[in-house]
Design a protein around this ligand. Structure first.
Ligand SMILES: Nc1ncnc2c1ncn2[C@@H]1O[C@H](COP(=O)(O)OP(=O)(O)O)[C@@H](O)[C@H]1O
Ligand SMILES: [Mg+2]
Length: 343
């Protein structure tokens, strides 16, 4: 509101200045004309004086006001054209915030923010629709197929159990994919983490490791855990997704009898968590894509997952103003290092 008050006062001052300057210049011109004798002073005392004054100051005032208001009108003109482009679906358009009027600059800045936001929503929407239809279709088709098989009368008990198991596992896959998609969509539109509380981060990570005990025991993985005591202020539930996704990946991409080391330390007002495995590692060609939505290194879908884990982890870390680093060598293993500011 204040900005618009400033804009209004600027326009008022512009107009006032234009009128005063036009009047001064007109008076000077008339005085000059009388002084050099081009116009007789008695002639000027007649009706012609106000008429001449009116015409000259009118022309001068309009010219001056138009020059001075260019600063406001020109960018508004650009804004109007850019808005039309956005309405046509071009979200790449950006405007230079180069005027001297702060209120107009802030209008242009807000327009740029809006176009960027619309662009990212549009990109997410089109990527999402492409991947969504592909990833969701497969389990749905499988559920339909096996449900149809189950309706047959000549099935053995083993076959019935097998088909029911496949349906349950596909339904489970769909459910977990839907909740990841919903969470990711929600976090993508969020700018800050809400629902913060102070809690023990080491306890949370330890709890997460324990909840996956059956998985790492099944692969006979040796786990080394060294966590400093850390009290962290954040959204416990959202942070939990970081640890569960990264630890689940470390287990999933480890070989039988593999080794996983999880450490945490706090220094320089930040928490540093390191999750290291000596599993399959990440190929150089795969590395640039691992944080993309729905991307899975193994496109044959032999390993469980949906390619939403790392994008979710990355978004949560972004919202926490932290960072994630990956070092990996194919066939040797991977190290994921997470740094979260903790002041
Ligand atoms: N610890 C790891 N070791 C090897 N590859 C990994 C590891 N973590 C992630 N990746 C690679 O990154 C890809 C994306 O990971 P993610 O988003 O969690 O999807 P998902 O686990 O569903 O495959 C994985 O498919 C895999 O290729
Ligand atoms: Mg994963």
């Amino acid at each position: 509101m204040n900005k618009y008050k400033t804009l209004r006062s600027k326009i008022t001052v512009f107009t006032l200045c234009a009128i005063i300057i036009a009047n001064i210049i007109t008076s000077l011109i008339i005085a000059l004309l009388i002084a050099i004798g081009l116009v007789h002073s008695r002639f000027m005392m007649t009706i012609w004086l106000p008429i001449a004054f009116l015409i000259t100051s009118g022309i001068l005032g309009t010219a001056l006001a138009s020059i001075m208001s260019k600063q406001i009108i020109k960018p508004l003109d650009r804004l109007s054209k850019a808005t039309q482009e956005v309405a046509k679906g071009d979200f790449s358009i950006r405007l230079k915030e180069d005027t001297n009027v702060q209120a107009v600059n802030s209008l242009l800045e807000n327009f740029n923010k809006m176009a960027a936001e619309l662009g990212s929503i549009e990109m997410f929407r089109s990527d999402f629709i492409n991947n969504f239809s592909h990833e969701f279709k497969t389990p749905i088709v499988s559920i339909c197929g096996f449900a149809r098989q189950l309706q047959k009368d000549d099935l053995t008990e083993d076959e019935q159990k097998k088909y029911a198991r496949i349906i349950a596992s596909n339904a489970q896959h769909l459910a977990s994919m839907s909740s990841s998609v919903l969470l990711l969509t929600k976090l993508d539109t969020q700018q800050i983490i809400e629902g913060k509380e102070t809690y023990s981060l080491d306890n949370q990570i330890r709890g997460c490791i324990l909840s996956m005990q059956s998985e790492w025991e099944r692969k006979n993985i040796i786990l080394t855990v060294d966590l400093a005591e850390v009290s962290y202020c954040g959204n416990r539930e959202i942070l939990g997704h970081i640890w569960s996704n990264l630890i689940a990946n470390a287990i999933k991409f480890s070989h039988e009898n593999g080794e996983i080391t999880i450490t945490m330390e706090e220094k320089d007002n930040a928490v540093h968590v390191r999750i290291q495995d000596n599993g399959i590692g990440i190929d150089k060609e795969i590395m640039p894509h691992i944080f993309e939505k729905f991307y899975q290194g193994d496109s044959s879908h032999k390993t469980s997952g949906n390619g939403l884990g790392l994008p979710l982890v990355k978004r949560i870390i972004e919202l926490c103003k932290g960072e994630i680093k990956v070092e990996s060598v194919k066939d040797e293993g991977s190290i994921f290092t997470i740094t979260l500011p903790n002041e």
